[in-house]
Each structure stands twice: as structure tokens, then as C-alpha cells.
Design a protein around this ligand. Structure first.
Ligand SMILES: [Zn+2]
Length: 70
């Protein structure tokens, strides 16, 4: 489990340890709180997931927009 508190925010793209059945395993965060929503970039389906659970599943954080970071 990686500590991704700093990395995760709206619009962040994540690669999870386990991909979606559609074959994609990149996910964009569309809602972030205690409960998060992530959208599969392969098929566009949204999945609701507990933040603690989500963090356990993250393999890699893909930073997309550098413009709003520190
Ligand atoms: Zn999918």
C-alpha cells in the first residue's frame, strides 16, 4: 500500500493492481472523499469505492495535470 494522500485528487489518473473486466486498468478520479468515484478510461463506467480500499489497490499514480500542482 502506498501513501498517496498527496497524489490523489480530482482528475488524477490511477493505474490499479487489478484492471476492469473491459481490459483497461487506468482510472480517473471523478469524485474524491471518504467515498470515491473512479471512471474507467477504457469503457467510461464509474465505480464507487471506499478511499481506504482504493488506496490499497493503487499500483501507480499517473499525474495528468501538472499545472495545478504546487
Ligand atoms: Zn472498463
Amino acid at each position: 500500500m502506498i501513501d498517496a494522500n498527496e497524489e490523489i485528487r480530482l482528475g488524477t489518473v490511477l493505474i490499479l493492481k487489478k484492471g476492469h473486466p473491459c481490459g483497461e486498468n487506468k482510472w480517473e478520479i471523478t469524485s474524491f472523499g471518504v467515498i470515491c468515484k473512479i471512471k474507467c478510461l477504457g469503457c467510461g463506467r464509474t465505480v464507487i469505492i471506499d478511499r481506504v480500499d482504493l488506496k490499497k489497490k493503487i499500483k501507480k499514480v499517473v499525474k495528468q495535470d501538472e499545472t495545478t500542482s504546487k
